[in-house]
Each structure stands twice: as structure tokens, then as C-alpha cells.
Design a binder for this molecule. Structure first.
Ligand code: PBG
Length: 338
């Protein structure tokens, strides 16, 4: 490669001699789009939605402007619009009628998610319905599994998560997404699905899910803040990325069809490592805190919201994500469709 050379003539005139001018392909929008490496598509997105009991409920989440808890009737209205926009998939989180120690409303066939899935599948059979599998929204203590003393116990919790997953599949869920981070849950879910005839229901595993401060606003939306302690005994330490590869590898061995890194923005390096190493369909979750920070700064007039939204989503795809779970899905797709 040639290095630029600066020459000075006898008359004192300076001249830059270079054949390589990287700016040439940036001079017009036509040229820029011709050499663009990463392009967002409508097909990249999964929109998270919160389902609540009742009728005609549409309650905005204070810390997440534009995000609502929706009753099933309102959910169907929103999903009709979402389908029209071309967004291929939604992921559902449930706010149950009641909570107890064992999160029993999570694996009740008439629970909030099971009811919502049946209704959606009837009205909009082609919209892909992903269901989040975890007990934290359903337990009185707000933990992702059963608690014994001060420990969140693994194996008995996994059996309940598998039951929850089966009721979701039986209601008609298209993809099961375990977000609990307990050991062995993907295998347990694969087994229970297969032995009940759901051999073609894929699992999207939250495989490398970090114990992150960025989930704060979600816990208001899903009413799932732990009453004591935290999630550090099952979610990953933000300092680790080799460990993320072990988590991902384990979930693939256990039968995950799609693997996920979560959150997205502080973990772009992890997304890249995962994509390069495993060549799996890879999802990234652009989580609540990442959304709320942009909304808050935009409301203060400090940033250009649309521009930053598209820059952030593009960076997640550039890092290697094939699928982006994001609260921005509708706004991004409206821009892309323009
Ligand atoms: C657990 C779950 C959480 C999120 C998705 N699934 C919260 C947690 O682990 O505490 C967070 C999503 C977000 O912050 O947008 N059911």
C-alpha cells in the first residue's frame, strides 16, 4: 500500500501525493449506500410486549415512554398494527393475576401468557409469538426460581420452567425463550417439548445473560423486582466473556436453536465472539435501560433520537446479531419502510 507523500515545490507550494483516497466512496449518498456493509431489515426485529390481566388496559410504563402493559384485547389491536408494519415476531412477558412462592400462575394453562397466545394465534396466525420462560414475574419474592433459605435452587426450578414452557407450546407459542439462566434448563425444555409432540418448536435461549443494571426499567414494566438479594448467583458477571462462550456452547449442546446475548450495547464484543465461534442464529437483546437512556436524553433535547436509535441498532447488527429484540422495533421499522 502506498503511503501519502507531501512534496514541497521550489516555489514553496505543498502537494499531497496519494492514490488512496478513502473519501472517494463517501462523497454522495449513492456511493455511500453502494459500499454499505450492514443494512437493517424489517425482518431483523422482535418486539417485546407486556400482557396484563383485565380489559381495555393500556398503562404506560413510567420509565419506558412508548411501552405499555396491555390487556389481551389491546394486545391484539397492537399486534394487528405490528403485523401490518411487517415486524415478523413479538416476545411476550406476563403480569399475572396473583403471585406465590412457587410462581404457579406461570405454568397454569389458563395463565396470562397461555391465554394471550391462544387469542393471538386465533386472530393473527402468521405473527411469530415468542414466549419468555422465567418465574420472576410470577413469584411473590421476585426470583427466577424457587428459593430455599437464601439460595435460589436450580434443579427443582428447572422442572417448573419446563412445565411453563410446555404450557406455552400447547397454547400455540412458536418459539420458547428461557431467560432464567439456570443450569440444564434448555435440555429439560427440549425433552418435555419433544416427549409431548412439539418436536418442531424452536428454543431461543438467553444463553449469555449478564447480571446487569440495564434491566431496571423492565422490572418496573414486568413488576418483577426481587424483594431481597439479586440475580448474581445465576446471571453472568459483566466482566467475563470466555464464560459467555461456555454458556453458549452448553446451550447449543442441550438443543438451543437460536442463542442470545443480553444486554446488547455493553456486550458488542461478546456478540462478535459468539457469532465468529459458533455460526449460530444469534440474537441480541437491546434491553430496557438501553431504550430508556435514549428516550430520556431525547426528551431533554440532548440527542437526536431517531439518528441514535438507528446507529445503535446498526451497531448491534454489525457486531454479528442476526436478530435484535428491541422496544424500538416499531419506530425503526416505520423509518425503514419510508
Ligand atoms: C427475566 C427477564 C428480564 C428481562 C428479560 N427477561 C429481567 C431480569 O432478568 O431481571 C430484561 C429485559 C429488559 O431489561 O428489557 N424474565
Amino acid at each position: 500500500m502506498t503511503e501519502p507523500k507531501i512534496t514541497i515545490s521550489n516555489s514553496g507550494e505543498t502537494r499531497l501525493e496519494t492514490f488512496r483516497r478513502l473519501r472517494r466512496t463517501r462523497m454522495t449518498e449513492g456511493l455511500r449506500s453502494l459500499v454499505r456493509e450492514t443494512e437493517l431489515s424489517v425482518n431483523d426485529f422482535i418486539l417485546p410486549l407486556f400482557v396484563a390481566p383485565g380489559n381495555k388496559i393500556r398503562k404506560e410504563v413510567t420509565s419506558m415512554p412508548g411501552v405499555f402493559q396491555l390487556s389481551v384485547d389491546e394486545l391484539i389491536k397492537d399486534c394487528t398494527e405490528i403485523k401490518k408494519l411487517g415486524i415478523p415476531a413479538v416476545i411476550l412477558f406476563g403480569i399475572p393475576e396473583f403471585k406465590d412462592e412457587t410462581g404457579s400462575s406461570a405454568y397454569d394453562e389458563n395463565g396470562i401468557i397461555q391465554t394471550a397466545v391462544r387469542a393471538l394465534k386465533k386472530e393473527l396466525p402468521e405473527l411469530i409469538i415468542v414466549t419468555d420462560v422465567c418465574l420472576c414475574e410470577y413469584t411473590s419474592h421476585g426470583h427466577c426460581g424457587l428459593v430455599q433459605g437464601s439460595e435460589i435452587i436450580n434443579d427443582p426450578s428447572v422442572l417448573l420452567l419446563a412445565r411453563q414452557a410446555l404450557t406455552h407450546a400447547q397454547a400455540g407459542a412458536d418459539i420458547i425463550a428461557p431467560s432464567d439462566m439456570f443450569d440444564g434448563r434448555v435440555k429439560a425444555i427440549r425433552n418435555i417439548l419433544d416427549s409431548n409432540g412439539h418436536i418442531n418448536t424452536p428454543i431461543m435461549a438467553y444463553s449469555a445473560k449478564y447480571a446487569s443494571g440495564f434491566y431496571g426499567p423492565f422490572r418496573e414494566a414486568a413488576e418483577s423486582t426481587p424483594k431481597f438479594g439479586d440475580r448474581r448467583s445465576h446471571q453472568m458477571d459483566p466482566a467475563n466473556s470466555d464464560e459467555a462462550l461456555r454458556e453458549i456452547e452448553q446451550d447449543i449442546i442441550e438443543g438451543a436453536d437460536i442463542v442470545m446475548v443480553k444486554p446488547a450495547l455493553s456486550y458488542l464484543d461478546v456478540i462478535r465472539r459468539v457469532k465468529d465461534r459458533f455460526h449460530m442464529p444469534t440474537a441480541a437483546y437491546n434491553v430496557s435501560g438501553e431504550y430508556s437512556m435514549i428516550k430520556a436524553a431525547a426528551r431533554n433535547g440532548w440527542i437526536d433520537e431517531q439518528r441514535i436509535m438507528m446507529e445503535v441498532l446498526t451497531s448491534i447488527k454489525r457486531a454479528g446479531a442476526d436478530i435484535i429484540l428491541t422496544y424500538f422495533a416499531k419506530e425503526a421499522v416505520k423509518l425503514l419502510n419510508k
